[in-house]
Design a protein around this ligand. Structure first.
Ligand code: C5P
Length: 232
């Protein structure tokens, strides 16, 4: 599995998404479709982007009873996405159900990645709202371990956690890391950030980059800079 840069296509319409993707006339980037775009346009947006030759990470973060997740994953798998995800908090049984649903009749399936604790959750909110009183770093590693036990391919995590996840779950367990910024760029609302080069050094397998590319004056140049720093 090669390292790659995934562009977060956080747009609210197909029109804006295609205006953005039309700029990429050479290499077709791996793109992430999140809830905003999927709920705005439905499954057709996935089919259309796939038809244009892009790999797709469908970031819908499923979390429900195992049977519902299993059946929903079977539907998403038919969309021929390359990677999708769920919340590890849904339990090992839910994750196993998801894998089962995702596996196509020919045995192939998209990569399945777990969200551990969202980076918007901190120690205080975890204790107060969720009544989880362990240190958040331990909770993140425990959820990553559960994902590995369930047979998943990896986790979404901060680039700062990627090294520890590999130590806990093995080098082949994938780390997909958002929170990436250029050394000379705006941090925006991301708190714990790393440059693409640092993320490479620390062992991230995929970086997810949104605004540093989508809001750049020259998105193609910004994407190529990410690829140069992270992949090449
Ligand atoms: O624009 P930016 O580079 O911050 O976009 C990062 C993308 O990764 C967004 O789509 C965001 O929702 C997603 N993400 C994140 N932090 C997480 C999980 C997902 O920033 N912990």
């Amino acid at each position: 599995m090669g390292k790659d840069v995934i562009i977060a296509c956080d747009f609210d319409s197909a029109e804006k998404t295609f205006a953005f993707l039309d700029k990429f006339t050479g290499r077709k980037p791996f793109v992430k479709i999140g809830m905003e775009l999927y709920y705005a346009e439905g499954p057709s947006i996935v089919r259309e982007i796939k038809k244009r030759g892009h790999k797709i990470f469908l970031d819908l973060k499923l979390h429900d009873i195992p049977n519902t997740v299993k059946k929903s994953m079977a539907v998403l798998s038919r969309l021929d996405v390359d990677m999708t995800n769920l919340h590890a908090a849904g339990t090992i049984r839910m994750m196993e159900g998801a894998l089962e649903g995702l596996t196509r009749p020919d045995g192939t399936r998209p990569l399945l990645i777990a969200v551990t604790q969202l980076t918007s959750t901190d120690q205080e909110s975890m204790e107060k709202d969720l009544l989880i009183e362990k240190p958040i770093a331990d909770v993140v590693m425990h959820y990553a371990h559960n994902a590995k036990v369930a047979g998943l391919d990896g986790v979404v995590c901060s680039p700062l956690e990627a090294g520890k996840v590999h130590e806990t779950c093995g080098e082949k367990f994938l780390t997909v890391t958002p929170g990436v910024r250029f050394a000379d760029g705006d941090v925006g609302d991301q708190k714990r950030v790393m440059t693409p080069a640092e993320a490479k050094k620390i062992g991230s397998d995929y970086i997810v980059v949104g605004r540093p590319i989508t809001a750049a004056e020259d998105p193609v140049a910004a994407y190529e800079r990410c690829v140069r720093e992270f992949v090449d």
